[in-house]
Design a protein around this ligand. Structure first.
Ligand code: ZN
Ligand code: ZN
Length: 709
């Protein structure tokens, strides 16, 4: 062995498997003239390189600066080891020994190179809907176990043809060890089925596009589940989809073929074009153009439109063929999880779909589309699922492995292992057996893929949540109840990589308090481990309990009554005239306290003001009244209604009273909605100062005020 050589072992952890990491390292080592090997193992990627000492640090540097697009490096550790006299650099095959630590990557949108191939008549993957490579394609949704190798995916049933095999084995090829590699000869196939599940002759993509054009509703098997699709400009088709799906008013998402097509539907604000075309390809909420051809039935009364771009070759081909925007919404009955297994989907969606565009690549784990809103402070995920899951949030290391169950609505769960908080895909509202079984499947899958054996289970304090009952039934050493709003703020801290003591604001519908009352607008002095409730919104009754949540007019009557007593029913207000004859039983319920729990809920205050403003008297989905009130608010209004703080209580009743008085005085609802938002925001900001947040954050708060309030 020559003197002047050195050998180093380099371990790279993070999302480094199934993302083209080994061929990338192979290329780097060869260009630097280093010998040795690279291989996947359960902890990530292990590299040994041998060569002149000066070239090794540069090689390691380039690993982090030039890493493949889909990879996320957690850490790089290195140590010097004895020379071995290797003569070339090689890629070794995987080993399943050792603890499983490698991250499974999230699914990624079709890359530009694959897109060029499916558009090239001379390429062998021309118009092939399952084209992918190491830089793109399915990952999380097809993985059954780790290490991430083909036998551990739902692609195991397809035997590679000789051409695919030689690409797969060639370190110089873009598809080197691309586990879902496929081509028209050996891979999954597309089929168009009619309503009776009989195959329709001809090109499935052309047939599907023709049906959508004819106003039909199509079920499409995608990446993370079945979608329902129809022509987004055809009001009749959209109404029919809503009626069959039992989804009355909740906005539907739209897919457009290209970024220019999106531009003809919506206005792009800063950062929004980047968010919509990122490899995660979320649905992005965009300001809708007044001249957009999208049917108003897609998102009634909403100035936002949820739009996404195609993220699989199947979607690209279909969108090219159809030519216009389509509605693309989760294939489910209202509130159930997205269907992902063929037999289940056929049964569940039979009454909705006129035809089926399906394929024979199994979806192992369902994964709904993600939804993102771009704010001046960055991308804000409203639903973090496909393209994100199971990417972890890096946190201060957990001393024991934790399984944390989420709340009841929009459930996600989390596994805490080492320095990783692994958030699940979107599970849905845990109000039915379907959603509960999706949770159980999800937990089973993530604990296996990450080899996590929970020693602690955390759950919401609400005794009636299905997730709480389930978590408490688990045979796990330690159980910890977590207050709902403390969990919200702790998540926010984790998201921002902070763990010091803060004043946190949680504005919510309802959550169970540690005093057995219903909380919902909370100012907590807390860190990730503990909290003190420093202030909250004044309690008001919720006559009818859950019914009050669905009928904002009840909350408006409650707030008026709290503010003005008996004289409320004499007010010269449209809302009062239209609803006062229904007040009697409501007020009796409040007075008796029967089925009338009290709550410090921000959501119910928004509901009340929305009903006063005539926005709506009842809702068909969660948060509808508040969302519509927000859209109504005139951003140029600077007036802020008073919402004083006394003895730890923010007086929402005064806020609602000021809104009612202005409405009586004939002020426009756009003004009242804005002054209400401004008033609450200002009161909360002042509350933070009173709670001793101090000067240090003043600049940050000023910025926040300017950008969002
Ligand atoms: Zn690709
Ligand atoms: Zn092939």
């Amino acid at each position: 062995m020559s003197p002047g050589l050195e050998r180093r072992r380099v371990r790279v952890s993070g999302t480094v498997q199934g993302v083209g990491f080994r061929p990338f390292v192979y290329g780097l080592a060869n260009s630097a003239g280093l010998t040795g090997f690279v291989r996947n193992d359960p902890a990530g990627v292990l590299i040994e390189v041998e060569g002149p000492p000066p070239s090794i640090p540069e090689f390691i540097q380039r690993i982090s600066t030039e890493a493949p697009a889909m990879s996320v490096i957690g850490s790089i550790e290195e140590e010097t080891i004895p020379l071995r006299g290797s003569i070339s650099f090689e890629i070794w095959t995987s080993t399943a020994e050792g603890a499983v630590e490698a991250y499974v990557a999230a699914d990624a949108a079709t890359c530009d190179e694959c897109l060029a191939e499916i558009g090239d008549p001379s390429a062998r993957r021309y118009r092939y809907p399952f084209t992918n490579c190491t830089n793109c394609g399915p990952r999380f949704t097809i993985v059954r176990a780790v290490p991430y190798d083909r036998p551990n995916t739902t692609m195991s049933v397809f035997e590679m043809c000789s051409e695919c095999k030689s690409e797969y084995e060639d370190p110089g090829d873009r598809r080197f060890h691309a586990q879902p590699i496929a081509c028209p000869q050996c891979g999954p196939q597309l089929q168009l089925l009619d309503r009776n599940l009989e195959q329709v002759d001809g090109d499935p993509i052309e047939g599907a596009a023709r049906l959508i054009g004819a106003g039909r509703i199509l079920a499409i098997k995608g990446l993370g589940g079945y979608h329902l699709a129809c022509d987004a400009t055809d009001g009749r088709a959209v109404e029919q989809l809503r009626a069959r799906k039992h989804r009355e008013e909740k906005p539907l998402a739209v897919m457009a073929a290209t970024i220019d097509d999106v531009r003809s539907l919506c206005h792009f604000g800063p950062g929004e074009a980047e968010a919509i075309s990122s490899r995660r390809r979320p649905i992005v909420l965009l300001g809708r153009r007044s001249d957009s051809p999208i049917s108003p039935a897609v998102a009634p009364g909403n100035r936002w439109l949820g739009v996404m771009l195609p993220y699989t070759p199947l979607h690209h081909l279909l969108m090219d063929e159809f030519g216009g925007p389509i509605v693309l919404t989760s294939g489910n009955l209202s509130d159930e999880p997205i269907a992902h297994r063929d037999e289940k989907a056929f049964a569940q969606l039979a009454a909705i779909a006129d035809a089926w565009l399906v394929h024979d690549r199994a979806i192992h784990v369902r994964c709904d589309d993600s939804v993102v809103r771009v704010t001046p402070r960055g991308d804000y995920p409203i639903r973090r699922s496909r393209g994100f899951a199971p990417e972890p949030v890096i946190v201060r290391p957990f001393s024991r492995t934790i399984l944390a169950a989420g709340g009841e609505l929009k459930h996600t769960f989390c596994i805490g292992v080492g320095e990783r908080a692994i958030l699940s895909h979107h599970i849905g509202d845990l109000e039915n057996w379907e959603a509960m079984s999706a949770l159980l499947e999800g937990v089973e899958h993530l604990t296996r893929v990450f080899d996590a054996k929970p020693e602690v289970v955390a759950y919401d304090l609400h005794p009636e949540y299905l997730s709480t009952k389930w978590a408490k039934s688990l045979d796990v050493g330690t159980r910890v109840g977590v207050q709902h709003h403390h969990a919200h703020i702790a998540s926010c801290l984790a998201d921002n990589g902070r763990d010091e003591k803060v004043i946190g604001l949680a504005l919510d519908g309802t959550g169970y308090g540690d005093d057995d009352t219903i909380w919902g607008c909370e100012v907590l002095e807390c860190d990730v481990a503990s909290y003190r409730r420093r202030a909250h919104l004044r309690y008001v009754p919720l006559p009818g309990g859950g019914v009050a949540i669905k009928q904002p007019w009840r909350m408006a009557a409650v707030y008026l009554h709290e503010a003005f007593g008996q004289s409320a029913s004499e007010m010269d207000l449209d809302f009062v005239r239209r609803s006062r004859e229904r007040w009697g039983p409501l007020l009796a319920m409040m007075a008796s306290g029967i089925n009338s729990p009290t709550a410090s809920s921000a959501g119910r205050l928004f509901d009340a003001v929305a009903a006063l403003c005539g926005v709506r008297q009842s809702v068909s989905y969660e948060g509808q009244a508040a969302a519509e009130l927000e859209q109504l608010a005139d951003p140029s209004v600077t007036m802020a209604y008073p919402c004083p703080l006394q003895d730890g209580e923010l007086d929402g009743v005064q806020l609602a009273a000021a809104a009612a008085e202005d409405l009586v005085a004939g002020m426009p609802v756009e003004y009242v909605a804005a002054a209400f938002h401004n008033g609450l925001a200002q009161a909360l900001v002042e509350c933070c100062f009173l709670q001793g947040l101090g000067q240090a954050y003043e600049d940050e708060l000023e910025q926040l005020k300017e950008s969002e309030i």
